[in-house]
Design a protein around this ligand. Structure first.
Ligand SMILES: C[S@@+](CC[C@H](N)C(=O)[O-])C[C@H]1O[C@@H](n2cnc3c(N)ncnc32)[C@H](O)[C@@H]1O
Length: 169
């Protein structure tokens, strides 16, 4: 069961060259649920690039936990297919979002996302949930990999990671 309320004291803070970013005043243990990506669900074919678009069909670099999570989440994926739930989501936080919209991209992320399925009043829906990839000390910026769009425009990356590829999107 994934808790949905916010469990940490978050802070939106200003970052040189990157606008706003998100961090927590509390430590976050590896694997902890951080928050969901809130916004408007965008139908296939109505996708327009904006700064606050989350698109699960982008290409994401795999990491150690992908494989482990697939095993742990077998039941969940079965439920997703049995209930005809979408296994791909496009969400825009441009008009209505939550703190997740302030999470910046990093080429060495400390946060990963997973599709989560949840039942509410007998109806199963899918959401995007963010989780800590490792132990995150207080006041560390929370960042995930935005992934690569197929053929979309790239932006210069200012994540300052040693492994920075120079661009994202
Ligand atoms: C979802 S918003 C993140 C919050 C944003 N920084 C703000 O001030 O509202 C995504 C936008 O933030 C900026 N951004 C995020 N990660 C970045 C990075 N690693 N390098 C440069 N700009 C970044 C880009 O303008 C991107 O389109």
């Amino acid at each position: 069961m994934i808790p949905t309320g916010l469990k940490f004291n978050f802070e939106v803070f200003k970052i040189v060259d990157c606008g706003w970013g998100l961090r927590s005043w509390d430590p976050i243990r590896a694997g902890s649920f951080i928050c969901e990506y809130a916004g408007d669900l965008i139908a296939e074919g109505e996708k327009e690039e904006d700064d606050f678009l989350f698109d699960s069909s982008r290409v994401f670099k795999s990491f150690k936990w992908n494989y482990e999570l697939e095993l742990v989440g077998e039941d969940a994926s079965e439920r997703v297919s049995k209930n005809n739930l979408s296994s791909s989501l496009v969400i825009s936080a441009k008009k209505s979002g939550n703190i997740a919209q302030f999470m910046n991209h990093s080429c060495s992320p400390n946060v990963f996302w997973q599709l989560i399925a949840r039942e509410q009043n007998g109806v199963w829906c899918t959401y995007i949930g963010f989780f800590a990839m490792k132990h995150i000390p207080p006041l560390t910026e929370l960042q995930y990999d935005y992934g690569a769009s197929r053929g979309g425009e790239k932006k210069m990356c200012l994540c300052r990671s040693k492994k920075c590829s120079g661009s994202f999107g």
